[in-house]
Write a protein that binds this ligand. Structure first.
Ligand SMILES: NC(=O)c1ccc[n+]([C@@H]2O[C@H](COP(=O)([O-])OP(=O)(O)OC[C@H]3O[C@@H](n4cnc5c(N)ncnc54)[C@H](OP(=O)(O)O)[C@@H]3O)[C@@H](O)[C@H]2O)c1
Length: 245
């Protein structure tokens, strides 16, 4: 699929990896639907920057993906903004430690709601519309830890494993019109609150011995959009080799 002229929705795109993905898509001529939750100022700044620099159309849609009630409204607003959507990138995610013995039901529900349930229901709505229209791509940003769970983050890792299962199920159900693929990043941007000791230990367990970048994930997203049309249900590691350590 050509990115030039494509209409691309990226969830959680105001900052960090989502923002870089939006910028790379715009640079390649794609129009954007930027979803955000709390980062309204950053989303507005990004829209202004993209429109000025790349001259493509940008719509903003706000919403809490942890709320089932809001998902239908987000999907409808997003589809109506352009009249259709060619690509949906599930990037929004919630991530925090949940040490075994201290995990609350609310934390489990929150992590699963944003990381697995919301992508499923957004895709159920938008993916079926894509299928009916005859084309579309859906890209899930998962995590290498979906298959190698971190201690102290079991619910997060399990929610990302569920996201991979959702991708495979959708890939079968929406074929042949819609291709659904997943990216499994390793460390590409540190969480703000991660200590130096943990960072050193992560790098020690990463064969390429360095952190990646938001650009590394964004370029994988671009690959799934315009680099290949014969992949569906695939899982691409962008993790410096972390999964083979
Ligand atoms: N960073 C890494 O090294 C790394 C490693 C492995 C996998 N990943 C995956 O790569 C993706 C991007 O990573 P990242 O570090 O850039 O993500 P992030 O900063 O942790 O989160 C991205 C966005 O998700 C949105 N979000 C969180 N809770 C939400 C909710 N309830 N409703 C709607 N949106 C919500 C936030 O939007 P607002 O700011 O607008 O509230 C946030 O800006 C994620 O899926 C992550 O799991 C990242």
């Amino acid at each position: 699929m050509k990115l030039r002229g494509a209409k691309v929705m990226v969830t959680g795109a105001a900052k960090r990896v989502g923002r870089e993905t939006a910028l790379q898509i715009a640079a390649a001529g794609g129009s954007l639907l930027i979803h955000f939750h709390r980062s309204e100022k950053a989303a507005r700044q990004l829209k202004a920057r993209i429109e000025k620099k790349y001259g493509v159309r940008v719509f903003l849609v706000q919403g809490d993906l942890g709320s089932y009630e809001q998902i239908e409204r987000i999907a409808e607003q997003a589809w109506q903004a352009f009249g259709n959507i060619d690509v949906l990138v599930h990037n929004a995610s919630t991530f925090y430690p949940t040490p075994l013995g201290k995990v609350s039901e609310a934390e489990w529900d929150d992590l699963f709601a944003v990381n697995a349930k919301a992508p499923f229901f957004l895709s159920q709505d938008i993916g079926l519309r894509m299928k009916k229209r005859g084309r579309g791509k859906i890209i899930h940003i998962a995590d290498w830890a979906a298959k190698h769970p971190y201690q102290g983050y079991i619910p997060y890792c399990a929610s990302k494993a569920a996201l991979l299962a959702v991708a495979q199920g959708l890939a079968k159900s929406l074929a042949p019109q819609v291709q659904v693929n997943s990216i499994l990043p390793g460390p590409v941007m540190w969480p703000d609150d991660l200590g130096e000791k943990v960072k050193r230990s992560v790098l020690k367990q990463t064969p390429l011995a360095r952190i990646g970048s938001a650009e590394d994930v964004a370029s994988a997203v671009k690959f799934f959009i315009e680099g290949n049309d014969f992949m569906t249900g695939s899982e691409l590691h962008v993790d410096g080799g972390r999964h083979i350590d």
